[in-house]
Design a protein around this ligand. Structure first.
Ligand code: CA
Length: 376
C-alpha cells in the first residue's frame, strides 16, 4: 500500500467518509420519514461499534513500528485512528452515544468492539486488551442496564487465552455473546486448532458474531476501491461462514450459534445454489492442506436455518428483510443499525414503515435479539 504525503494510505482513504455527520442516500434508500416515537416494540440495534484508547494506541504503535505483517486490516485501524469525529463516537459509552440513541429512537445497543479489534495487535497483547475491552463494556452495561448489552472480545490467535476469557466474560461479566472481526492475518476459525473456542462458545450457549474487516493482502480489492462494504467486507465474512460450515463445525457443535450482519452478507440469496454445488467441497479429499475429507450431515441451507442468524445492519430494505424472514425463518433476522458508521433517521423510519405483521415487526426489532443475545 502506498503512503501518501499526509501519512494516509492510498486505497483505504476515501472508502469511508471523514465526516460522519453527513448523511447520504442511495436510489434504493427510503425517503426521509418521521421516526415513530412510541412504537409497539423496542428497537434493539445489534451491531453497534465501539473502541477504547489503549486499543487504538496498540494498533497504531504496531502499524508504525514496521514490525507488523502487511495487514490491510491493521491499516484500516490506522485510518480510523485519524478520524477524530469517528473516534469520539466510537470511544464514548455514555452521554454522546445515549444522545444519539435517543435522537434515533434506539432503546438498546448491543456493543461490538469495532473491526479490526484485538486480533491485529502484537501477538501477546491481544488477550490482555480483550480483557480490558470486556471489563469496560461490562461496566457500561452495569451503568446503563436498560440501554447497553455487549459481546465479548477475544484474540483467537491465543486459543487457551480466548477460552479462558470467553469463560470469564460469560460467567462473571454476564456479557451477551462474543464478537470476532473475521480473519486474523488471513486465518479463520474453521481450522481444528481453533475448535476449543467454538466448544467454549457452545458450552456457554454464547452466540458468535462474525463481523467484517478488510481482506488480508488483497491489492486487487484496494486497486478498485473495494476494501469495505462494496466487496471486501462481505466477501471475507462469506468465506469465514462457508469455511465454518464445510469444516463440519456445526455438526461437531450442533448448538453452536453464529450471527452475521449486513443481511447475512448476501448469502441467503444463494442458498439454492449452495445446496446444488455442495459437492465442490463436501467430502472432498485434498482440501485444507490435505486434511481428511469432511462429510457434512446436512445441506448447506440447513445450517442457515438452524445455526445461523443474520442482522440487517446497513440494509434497511423491505424486500430483503421479507425474503430472509421467509426463507431462514422469522426468528432468524435481527435489526441492526451499524452505529456510528451508518446512522440515519431515514433508516429507522424505514423499519417503522415496513409492511410486516405486527408480530414479525416486533420479532425483527426486539424479541429475536432478546432471545439470541439473552437480553432480559
Ligand atoms: Ca459494523
Amino acid at each position: 500500500m502506498t503512503k501518501l504525503e499526509d501519512g494516509s494510505e492510498k486505497g483505504l482513504k476515501g472508502h469511508f467518509k471523514e465526516d460522519y455527520s453527513v448523511r447520504t442516500r442511495t436510489g434504493l434508500a427510503p425517503r426521509a420519514g418521521h421516526i415513530e416515537r412510541n412504537p409497539p416494540y423496542k428497537r434493539i440495534a445489534t451491531e453497534e461499534a465501539w473502541t477504547f484508547p489503549d486499543l487504538v494506541k496498540a494498533q497504531v504503535e504496531y502499524l508504525n513500528s514496521g514490525e507488523a505483517p502487511n495487514d490491510d486490516s491493521l491499516k484500516m485501524a490506522g485510518m480510523f485512528s485519524r478520524m477524530p469525529s469517528l473516534q469520539e463516537m466510537l470511544q464514548d459509552l455514555g452521554d454522546l452515544r445515549l444522545a444519539h440513541m435517543d435522537e434515533y429512537g434506539i432503546d438498546r445497543q448491543l456493543l461490538l468492539l469495532t473491526a479490526p479489534g484485538v486480533q491485529v495487535v502484537r501477538p501477546g497483547e491481544g488477550t490482555p486488551l480483550a480483557r480490558q475491552a470486556n471489563d469496560i463494556a461490562a461496566e457500561a452495561c452495569r451503568k446503563h442496564p436498560d440501554r447497553f448489552s455487549a459481546c465479548a472480545a477475544f484474540d483467537p490467535r491465543d486459543v487457551a487465552g480466548s477460552v479462558k476469557e470467553i469463560d470469564r466474560a460469560m460467567s462473571q461479566l454476564k456479557l451477551n455473546g462474543a464478537v470476532l472481526n473475521s480473519h486474523f492475518q488471513g486465518r479463520y476459525i474453521d481450522e481444528p486448532e481453533f475448535f476449543p473456542i467454538l466448544e467454549a462458545l457452545e458450552a456457554h450457549d454464547a452466540a458468535l458474531y462474525i463481523h467484517p474487516t478488510a481482506p488480508f493482502n488483497a491489492p486487487h480489492y484496494e486497486d478498485r476501491g473495494f476494501y469495505g462494504a462494496l466487496a471486501g467486507f462481505p466477501h471475507d465474512v462469506w468465506l469465514h461462514t462457508m469455511g465454518l460450515i464445510f469444516s463440519g463445525a456445526f455438526d461437531r457443535f450442533p448448538k453452536l450459534r453464529l450471527v452475521i450482519g449486513h443481511m447475512g452478507e448476501a448469502m441467503p440469496l444463494q442458498l439454492y445454489r449452495f445446496d446444488w454445488m455442495q459437492g465442490n467441497a463436501d467430502n472432498r479429499a485434498g482440501l485444507r492442506g490435505g486434511r481428511p475429507p469432511v462429510k457434512l450431515q446436512h445441506p448447506v441451507s440447513y445450517y442457515f436455518q438452524n445455526n445461523i442468524w443474520i442482522t440487517t445492519s446497513g440494509v434497511a430494505w423491505e424486500p430483503a428483510v421479507k425474503f430472509c424472514m421467509e426463507q431462514l425463518g422469522s426468528d432468524r433476522v435481527l435489526y441492526a443499525m451499524d452505529y456510528p458508521y451508518q446512522q440515519s433517521s431515514d433508516e429507522v423510519a424505514a423499519y417503522d414503515r415496513m409492511q410486516l405483521s405486527p408480530e414479525h415487526k416486533k420479532m425483527l426489532m426486539q424479541t429475536n435479539a432478546e432471545r439470541v443475545f439473552r437480553i432480559r
